[in-house]
Every structure is written in C-alpha cells, then in structure tokens.
Design a protein around this ligand. Structure first.
Ligand SMILES: [Zn+2]
Ligand SMILES: [Zn+2]
Length: 544
C-alpha cells in the first residue's frame, strides 16, 4: 500500500491508496527517501481512518466553492429569518463578489477569511457590518457541518470579531413630552403611538397586532407576529402587560378597527397611498410613521431650533434661529417661514422611551428586560444599564468623612494664574502626560488613565486585571512582586520620567499604613501588567 519511488527527475514520491481506492502520490519535503516513506505511511494511515469512519472523508470537489455554500445557506436557512432581505443584500454585495467566493471549502482558511474582512474594513465598512459578514460565513459553515454537507472544521471560528464601539441609544421622549406629543397627533394615530410608548412594541409588531392578541380583561397583549411574518424579530411569542392607562386607548382602537387588525390602514375615498391595501388592510411599511411623529414633535415644540425659509420662488434664502418669531428675508424682504428642526426621535426611539422612562421610575432592569422582550438580559444591561445606576450612586454616597475641608480651602491661585498644576491626583484624561510628548508617541493617542496617573501609563494585560485582590495584597505585603528583566522599558521611569513616589513597582515596603486597597492593586497591576506585556511582546511566555 504505502510505498516510495524516485521519479525520473530525482524527486522522492510518497505513494498511497486513498479512502476511495485511488492510487495517489505526492512529492516529499525534504527530498529524501526517509521523508517520503514517513509521508506515505502517514497518508495511508489517514486514508484507512477515513475508510473506517474515524476521520471525516473530504469530498473530492473540496466541498464546492464558498460562493455555492453561501447561496445554499441563503436558500435553505436565511430565508426563514426576519433579517433575510438584509442578509441577502449583504452577502451578494460583499461576499459573493469577493475572490473568496471562488475558493474551494478545503482551501478556505482562517487567514483567507481574515484577509477578506481586513480588506472590507479598509473599504470603510463599519466594524458592525464586518462582524455581520463574518457571522454569515460562520453560520453557513456551521449549517453545512450540521447537515453533513461539509466534513471539515469551521474556518471562521478562529477569525476574531471586530470591536464595535459602543453607541449611545438614540434620543427619547421625556416624561413631560409624552402627553404633549400625543395631544399634537391626529386622533386616529393616538392609540397606535400610545401603545408604542406604553408597551415598547416595534413598528411591525404594532402593524401585525390582531384582536385575538389583546386581552383587556387579563391586561395582556401577545406579540407573535411582525408585519406579515408569523414570527417577531426575536423569533418567539411573548406576552406584554397592558398598563391601566393604556386600556382606554386599546379599547378605542378595537372599536375603530373594521378588521381583525388592531391598527389597520385607514382608508378614505381619496386614499393617497400608492399600494392601498383597502380599508382594514395592514399598514404599509411605507407609511411614514416617522414623519407623522416628526410633525407632532414640531407642533409640540420639541425642537432643537428653527429654520426660517424664504418661500419666494427662486430666492432659497434660509437661516437658522433658536426661536420661531417672524422675521423677514434679507434678500427680498418677504416674510420667512419658520420650520421646526425637531429633535431626532425616530419611531423606534419610542421603544427606548419606554425603557428609559421605566428605569427612571426605578423599575428593576429585569422587569424592563421582560417588557422589551430581550431574551438575553445582557443586551438590556448593555443598552440601558447606565440608566439603572441609582444603586451605584447610593453606594458612593455612603462615602462620608469626618472633618473634611471645604472645597474652597484648596488654593485656587494655581488654577487662576495658569502656572503650575493643581495639587492632588488628576482624575481625568490628561493631555500633558508623558504619552503626549512626541518622543513617546505610539500611534493610538492618549489613553484613559486611572486615578493614579503615574502608576501604569498603559492598560495592563487582561490576566493582570483578572488577578484576585487577595493575591495582589499578599504578594505586595511580602514584597515578592518583582518585574522580570526586560520589562523595565514599560515603566514610566525609563521613558524619561523622573521617579515619583508610588510609580515604581514593587511598592516600597515602608509605605504608609493608610495605603488603600485600590492603591495597592494599582501598583501591583503596574508591575504585572508590564511583565505580561513584555512576555506577550517577546513571545517567550515564560514570565509567569
Ligand atoms: Zn387606502
Ligand atoms: Zn427671499
């Protein structure tokens, strides 16, 4: 079975019989008889394992192309998802046009995927979008592995996810603005917007809400559909409580509706809608609920300012202003038309309004999660957690000291004259730190510094952060924490900084007894973060 042969050009070939019974040969590296023999034996063993089902057998065509895999995934998996339309757009635009799509699956390595995503980042795609492309590939491979279409591994598993900067949630309505906006809406729209604000339902979920989903007796509303789909965005049906104040609005909507839907399209003999579904049909996605909301915001005076526009033909003069008082055109003296520039509140921000107002009323985060029907509490925490920090504030309020001097007793001359620096540690990002000097420039600009500016000018490695406090205190108290040789270039001193008390590691043994726990762990982190950093950079990994 396994054998070796030297061909006419003097190349040693390993020969074996593969799992399908074909005779195969491959050149050995290095070109020696011994290497060829070892290779042949290995390949033969692998073939036998494949025959016995111990190792997956690779398809002869290498699993087909990546493009074919993606097409198959779109057709058999993605089409069931609420996000199919956008999935398909993205896959066709960014993945099927790439050279990666022509690769065979057995040639699609993690490096190839990584290179494609890098290129997409350079094209200017946002990290979130790049992560979506990664996810499409990964899900396609996972699906193929699940159904036995691809016997190999998922090459995307090793490809890193791009870091997505946290974006703030959109604007939302304040408590006192909600009644003002509702009052300015046309009465036919009020029940819909009131339901959106009280329940946090998405646009499509409101449009698809049916009579049978609303139980005013039990004050429960079941969300199980979105637009004309039989599932919601989250893919599951959920019951949402109906607030007492919402009951009359829903009753009104049910009385008005001529059909099974709670908030149907409202038709008139001169219906302006292009794709009119007829009376009682489903609201169209094109109905500009956003525009309806914006107009109400304008009338309610929830604005950032005004734009005064000249409406004389061809004049086009406009000027921004903070008020709506009438003024005249500078060019033609015509009276200007004040247009409100409303706060940027989209329809979806009504959902944020629900969450934000609930949290402001000190409703627990877990309740808000249930109302918003987030399956993963992490999501609620990520998006709204910062609003639920009252308990944190109550926590720090308990820091009370006897005989604290008044803030006015801090010498203010240094601030006023502009010379010298104020006493005490800097608690905010500073631009005068060593990292701002040109000789210390390292690409990514100043870091967010900890309260103790000098202790460690760069972020420590994650392992160091993860060290338990008890460990650090013990080590520090014994004074055994030392930075290994080679790490000194990461300490502040070697970067041209004069030694400062508290900035050198390890912490001096004779330090004040009143050193706080935070001080110690910071100093410790300084030493260890530097050590880990050095280890990681030198690739030795032996600094542990
Ligand atoms: Zn109509
Ligand atoms: Zn004008």
């Amino acid at each position: 079975m396994a054998s070796v042969r030297k061909n006419a050009r003097g190349i040693w070939l390993a020969r074996w019989v593969d799992a399908s019974g074909m005779r195969r040969s491959r050149a050995a590296v290095p070109n020696t008889r011994l290497a060829a023999k070892a290779l042949a034996e290995e390949l033969q063993l692998n073939a036998r394992r494949q025959q016995e089902g111990l190792t997956p057998r690779m398809p002869r065509d290498g699993g087909g192309s990546v493009g074919a895999l993606l097409e198959w995934w779109l057709e058999s998996y993605s089409h069931r998802l609420a996000s199919h339309a956008s999935n398909e757009g993205s896959v066709r635009r960014h993945l099927l046009t790439a050279s990666l799509a022509e690769l065979r699956l057995d040639a699609c390595s993690s490096a190839a995927v990584e290179a494609l995503l890098d290129a997409k980042e350079r094209e200017g795609l946002r990290p979130q979008t790049v992560n979506h492309l990664r996810a499409f590939l990964s899900r396609a491979f996972a699906a193929a592995i699940r159904v036995g279409r691809w016997p190999g591994a998922n090459p995307v598993a090793l490809v890193r996810k791009r870091k997505v900067p946290k974006t703030a949630v959109g604007d939302h309505l304040r408590v006192e603005e909600v009644p003002r906006v509702l009052a300015q809406l046309h009465p036919r729209w009020r029940p819909l917007y009131a339901t959106a604000i009280y329940t946090g339902l998405r646009k499509g979920e409101l449009a698809a809400l049916r009579r049978e989903d609303v139980d005013l007796e039990a004050r429960l509303l079941v969300v199980r559909r979105s637009w004309d789909r039989e599932t919601t965005k989250g893919g599951h049906a959920d019951a949402v409580p109906i607030a007492a104040a919402l009951v009359p609005w829903l009753r009104d909507a049910l009385q008005q509706s001529p059909s099974e839907l709670v908030f149907p399209h409202v038709c008139s003999p001169s219906c302006p809608q292009k794709s009119c579904p007829g009376p009682g049909g489903m609201l169209s996605r094109e109905v500009a609920l956003e525009a309806v909301l914006r107009r109400a915001l304008g009338r309610a005076g929830i604005v950032r300012g005004w734009k005064h526009v000249c409406r004389r033909r061809g004049c086009r003069h406009k000027e921004p202003a903070s008020d709506a008082s009438l003024r005249r055109c500078r060019k033609c003296n015509m009276r200007l038309w004040p247009k409100p520039v409303v706060r940027p509140i989209r329809f979806h921000d009504l959902r944020h309004t629900t969450a934000t107002l609930l949290l402001r009323e000190k409703v627990p985060l877990v309740v808000v999660q249930k109302v918003l029907r987030h399956r993963d509490p992490k999501l609620t925490e990520q998006v709204y957690g910062h609003l639920a920090d009252d308990f944190l504030r109550a926590g720090v309020d308990r820091l009370q000291f006897e005989g604290m001097p008044e803030p006015a007793s801090v010498p203010s001359i240094a601030f006023a004259s502009g010379s010298g620096t104020p006493a005490g540690p800097k608690l905010h990002r500073t631009h005068e730190g060593p990292e701002s000097r040109p000789e210390n420039a390292r690409g990514s600009g100043p870091f967010d510094l900890s309260g103790r500016r000098g202790s460690n000018p760069r972020p420590s490695a994650w392992e160091a952060d993860a060290l338990p406090l008890s460990y650090s205190r013990e080590r520090l108290d014994r004074g055994t924490t030392t930075a290994p040789p080679g790490s000194s270039r990461f300490t502040a001193r070697s970067r041209g900084e004069p030694a400062r008390p508290g900035c050198s590691a390890p912490a001096p043994r004779g330090r004040s007894r009143r050193t706080t726990r935070r001080d110690r762990s910071t100093a410790h982190r300084g030493a260890h973060g530097a050590a880990r950093g050095a280890a990681a950079r030198s690739g030795s990994g032996s600094a542990r």
